[in-house]
Design a protein around this ligand. Sequence first.
Ligand code: AMP
Length: 250
Amino acid sequence: MEATRDRAAWLKGGSAQCNIPAEEREAPWRLVLLGAPGVGKGTQAELISERLGCCHLSTGDVFRAAKTLDECERSPALNQALDCMRKGELVSDETVLSMVKERTKCLRCGGGFLLDGFPRTVAQAEALDELLESEGLALDAVLSYEMPIEQIVERLSGRRTCSECKAVYHVVGRPSKVAGVCDHCGGELIQREDDRPESVKVRMETYERSTMPLIDYFKARGLLLPVSALGTVEEIYSRTAGALAARRAE
Ligand code: AMP
């Protein structure tokens, strides 16, 4: 399946277009990814997107892309969102939802989608349900990546992200071929501001308080597919693909 790396419409919003054909693919996947920061969700999202053809839509990436705008080009709501992000706190549901609603065409895309980092609260999950229903769409599954907390902290401290294309690496677990340089686009690899120790602590607490309840929410709707996030990237992907194949076979 052809890779769907073009996320212009998602990252920029507004009238930006991507190069994914709009026609419906056969059985496109419409997925949500859940998991604490650092479980390797972003890496799995890239693989799923490449191999199953659905677009990787990360709300965190939209906020990070907005950081590159001049301060005067950003709305007050966006500046406030970036401030929350720096501290590792959640951006308000209102801001996140208006940003997602502006990008509804990405949910409608015939290639399917893979939501990463959204929904993050039960209120966001309810709003997503409404949005999809109004478009005549439904989720196929919610993949929930699970890992013990000590390993999560170790992962976050070694995580590096491409400043250009947002590809994710780890200094030990998934190094780039040339240290500090992205394999895909040659961009500089950086440590995200919110991967610093003081932000990581807040993010883990926030995850437990706001995002864990989503597991029950999606379980009650029969959508939850728990996946162990231990092992190599390929092992985790193979569990993911197996869980999705079993879901389609049901
Ligand atoms: P992520 O890359 O998904 O870990 O997101 C990075 C940061 O962006 C989070 O720590 C939040 O500050 C903000 N953010 C991203 N998505 C959401 C969301 N759905 N709800 C609230 N805040 C979000």
